[in-house]
Design a protein. Structure first.
Lengths: 334, 290, 241
């Protein structure tokens, strides 16, 4: 199984992956609390970016409303936990079901009624905004007042109930990111992965090759939604508070797509690299500003915007593909 | 509920809707010709709104007077943006264009946040609380002026496209890009002009909007979405469609705010958007896309 | 020979314009059958109707004894009709090999098996050495052969070729003709082609259908067609003698 997974991967790439994983595993021993929080955020973005990439990077369906799956995952798990004392891992199953069902509804409507391209993106935004406004008025989740998870000091980390210190959360999101990476690699090299790429490249030609494009686009949306929903569960249990205004916000959807866009849409390393580059640079900027005694609330976002602009203008493929070609980290062409 | 309350709210909604319509008209003109969806549209409107706030607090210029210089500034902004940046993206994939404008929107919102801070700013005109009475009907002066100005600007734009030579050349570009190139039109410059005009519309609309709402940096994305909703409802690229759908959405929001809760009014607009996308994707007045 | 594909009084209108007017013909199993006609005669519409891209307004299309009119394009392909496009549409950002793998996966679940099949086909169309290139990097004739390989990879019983020879140099045309003859002979694959290059039609086709303004004006062997007065008039605009 493992040897098959590594089949055809250049040794340099394997070495890089190994070194990266070792560095990540060791990080909590050297990182202080601040750095650990930053790393958690990077991995969270890498994870959700990877999930978004399934839909856009593989199957070519541009979602600008992924906050809806984060939000649904977060609210479902948090609600089960606070109301019924059901732990997050059971809650995750419910979150996955709800998010996948929501993805299925959006996908069904869009693909049956031929809503494509920019119109599809607008439809996904509309659903996310609809959810934001809806949850803002939904009393069962405390509406706009927000839903809070009980925060208490725990004597020891409780992995089953996801209550504990940042180090535990760090390893949880690291494991999830690794799992998402492996899942995406398997998907990309599967029969379905080939069909997705064909649909992304030319839907009509894909149909002429016998691919049931409706069905495979549905799978892409549902899998992407399901994978994203864990990001929401993690968000809820790490931050312990949920406001519809924040979780479902369009800026959240944009943040999810920044990693893969900057790293390289449709690549496996892109979401991770992009999350790293973006958050790393943004945090450095924050430290520099703080050193000069400046507190500018929008500075980080302006920086995000400039990065995105530069990448879209100068490196339309993202940062990873040219790097991979330069250093021979990719086999043949992809 | 007494009927005259209902009527008053409806009229206010229609007048606000005219300003919405003018804003959306800008988006529709840009899409109709350049075929790029301006995802920074609402953000551009906030630039105009802050310009109005600054001009008002510094020189006490009336928004109805500021309309012209602000529209001119936004025209220049749009022209330079298209000529310098977006023209290179016209042949790029849709998502690439989208991301470019998302980036621009993020930069605009947060630059405004850094400069002006998160607090709401207003333009307090001398007639802010005036109203006209017409039988049972009470109309806010600000909304009446805003709606009328929006209608005039829209009429000027229609006239430009219908009667001037440049306007006709722009329409030729929209109909047939290659054909326009073949007969020697400078398509790049006409695109820049179009983006400038779209931006000028949003500039005028933004100036009028300061009469109706307070401005914060974060209203930008909200109005981008609203402009989308209106333009998709009216038919992407259709100018009369944008105006009519603007009025329709303004009316819907006003009535939803009255009959349900004001904070949920946008849900109805999104509801309309979803229904239109599914059942009449070409919009009320648009032509069917292939 | 029995008919693999038969059309019975198939009509298609676009906003009142009649693109196909009660077209009927039969393609026998194992045949190479050509459809010719001047520009705008409705040839590509005919293909799109057979391939499921367009639904006919009237008439019946039967493939291997079953009605297929109104099926979707992918369902038609799964039943065993593969097509190429007049303007080739390879998956540009995928490698040559991956393009063909996509086709081969239709009848296989295993990617490795699909890759083996793709490599065989790439050898047949002489693209094996370029299998790791991006499809977008290929020359126009290579792209045509790639599209042919992708279509063949879906293991069709009927292959629809939309102007495969257009834009090819004469030597390349001869290569393509020879290749099509080979696969037709070796595997008994039925081929229906739209073609402007008469050289190729004469060399390949067992029977020819002539379309003009959406109507079938003649059908028969290439030799008979070449002397049909209606055909001569529609092609050459000749005055009746």
């Amino acid at each position: 199984m493992i040897s098959r997974m590594c089949n055809g991967v250049p040794p340099r790439t394997m070495a890089l992956l190994g070194a990266l994983l070792a560095a990540f595993l060791a990080a909590p021993w050297v990182a202080n609390d601040y750095l650990l929080t930053v790393l958690i955020f990077i991995l969270y973005l890498a994870y959700t970016g990877q999930a978004w990439n399934i839909m856009m990077g593989f199957a070519g369906q541009f979602s600008l409303g992924h906050a809806i799956y984060v939000g649904l995952g977060a609210y479902v798990a948090a609600l089960l936990f606070t109301r019924f004392g059901i732990g997050p891992w059971i809650g995750l199953l419910a979150a996955i079901a709800v998010a996948a069902a929501c993805g299925a509804i959006i996908g069904f409507l869009a693909f049956r009624f031929n809503v494509a391209g920019v119109y599809f993106a607008i439809l996904t935004i509309a659903f996310a905004e609809f959810a934001r406004l809806g949850f803002d008025h939904l009393d069962v989740v405390n509406a706009s007042a927000g839903l809070f998870l009980p925060v208490a000091q725990y004597a020891h980390n409780d992995l089953w109930r996801l209550r504990g210190d940042p180090t535990m959360f760090y390893y949880v999101i690291l494991a999830a990111t690794v799992a998402a990476f492996i899942l995406c690699r398997m998907l990309l090299h599967s029969r379905m992965g080939y069909f997705w790429l064909a649909i992304r490249e030319d839907e009509q030609a894909a149909r002429a090759a016998g691919i049931d494009t409706f069905r495979y686009k549905m799978y892409a949306v549902m899998i992407s939604a399901a994978v994203t929903s864990f990001g929401g569960v993690f968000y809820a249990f790490f931050y312990n508070n949920l406001f519809p205004e924040q979780v479902f916000n369009i800026s959240n959807s944009v943040e999810i797509i920044l990693g893969p866009v900057i790293g390289g849409i449709g690549t496996l390393f892109g979401p991770i690299l992009g999350a790293f580059v973006l958050t790393g640079l943004a945090e450095s900027l924050n430290s520099v500003l703080a050193a000069f005694g400046l507190d500018l609330p929008g500075a980080k976002q302006v920086f995000y915007g400039v990065c995105l602009l530069l990448v879209v203008v100068a490196l339309p493929e993202g940062v990873w593909p040219p790097l991979a070609r330069r250093f021979g980290l990719k086999r043949g062409v992809q | 509920m007494p009927f005259d309350v209902f009527l008053n709210v409806a009229v206010a909604g229609v007048l606000t809707g005219l300003v919405y319509g003018l804003m959306a008209l800008g988006l529709s003109v840009i899409f109709g010709v350049v075929r790029v969806v301006n995802f920074a549209h609402g953000e551009m409107m906030t630039i105009a709104m802050y310009l109005a706030v600054v001009l008002f607090s510094s020189f006490h210029l009336d928004p109805l007077v500021m309309l012209v210089p602000i529209a001119a500034v936004l025209f220049a902004f749009g022209y330079v943006l298209q000529a310098g940046l977006i023209n290179r993206f016209v042949t790029r994939p849709e998502h690439s264009q989208f991301l470019l404008l998302v980036a621009l929107g993020i930069i605009i919102v947060n630059t405004l946040l850094i400069v002006f801070g998160p607090d709401a700013r207003t333009v307090q005109t001398s007639y802010a609380y005036d109203s006209f009475q017409l039988g049972p009907l009470i109309v806010d002066a600000t909304k009446l002026y805003a709606g009328a100005a929006a209608l005039i600007v829209a009429a000027l734009l229609f006239a430009f496209f219908r009667f001037t030579l440049i306007g006709k050349a722009v329409r030729a570009c929209a109909d047939n890009y290659t054909g326009a190139l073949v007969i020697g039109l400078n398509v790049g410059r006409l695109y820049a002009l179009t983006f400038g005009l779209g931006a000028a519309c949003v500039g005028a609309a933004g100036t009028m909007m300061t009469l109706i709402i307070d401005v914060t940096p974060s209203v930008g994305p909200t109005y981008t979405l609203l402009a989308f909703i209106i333009v998709v409802t009216g038919g992407l690229g259709s100018m009369p469609g944008a105006l009519i759908a603007g009025v329709l959405i303004g009316l819907t929001e006003a009535l939803a705010g009255l009959l349900f809760t004001p904070s949920a009014k946008s849900m109805f607009a999104f509801g309309i958007l979803v229904l239109v996308l599914l059942f009449r994707p070409q919009g009320i007045l648009g032509t069917r896309r292939s | 020979m029995t008919a693999l594909l038969s059309l019975n009084a198939v009509s298609k209108r676009f906003r009142g314009l009649v693109a196909l007017d009660r077209v009927s013909f039969e393609v026998p199993e194992g045949a190479i059958y050509a459809v010719i006609g001047p520009n705008g005669a409705g040839k590509t519409t005919l293909f799109n109707v057979i391939a499921g891209v367009l639904a006919p307004d009237d008439g019946a299309i039967t493939f291997a004894g079953e009605p297929i009119a109104g099926s979707t394009a992918d369902a038609v392909c799964r039943r065993g009709i593969a097509r190429t496009f007049q303007l080739v549409r390879p998956f540009a950002a995928l490698s040559v090999e991956d393009n063909v793998i996509v086709g081969a996966l239709l009848r296989r679940r295993d990617v490795a098996a699909a890759r083996r099949r793709a490599q065989e086909l790439l050898q047949r169309v002489e693209l094996f050495d370029k299998r790791h290139q991006l499809a977008s990097a290929l020359t126009a004739p290579d792209r045509k052969r790639l599209e042919l390989a992708r279509a063949l990879a879906t293991e069709p019983r009927l292959l629809l070729l939309d102007e495969t020879m257009a834009g090819l140099r004469p030597t390349e045309t001869d290569r393509m003709v020879a290749f099509l003859k080979d696969i037709n002979r070796d595997s008994g694959l039925t081929i229906l082609l739209i073609e402007h290059v008469m050289r190729a039609v004469m060399a390949l086709a067992m029977r020819v259908l002539v379309l003009d303004h959406g109507t079938a004006i003649a059908e028969g062997t290439p030799a008979a067609i070449a002397h049909d007065p209606a055909v001569v008039q529609s092609y050459l605009g000749a005055e009746p003698a």
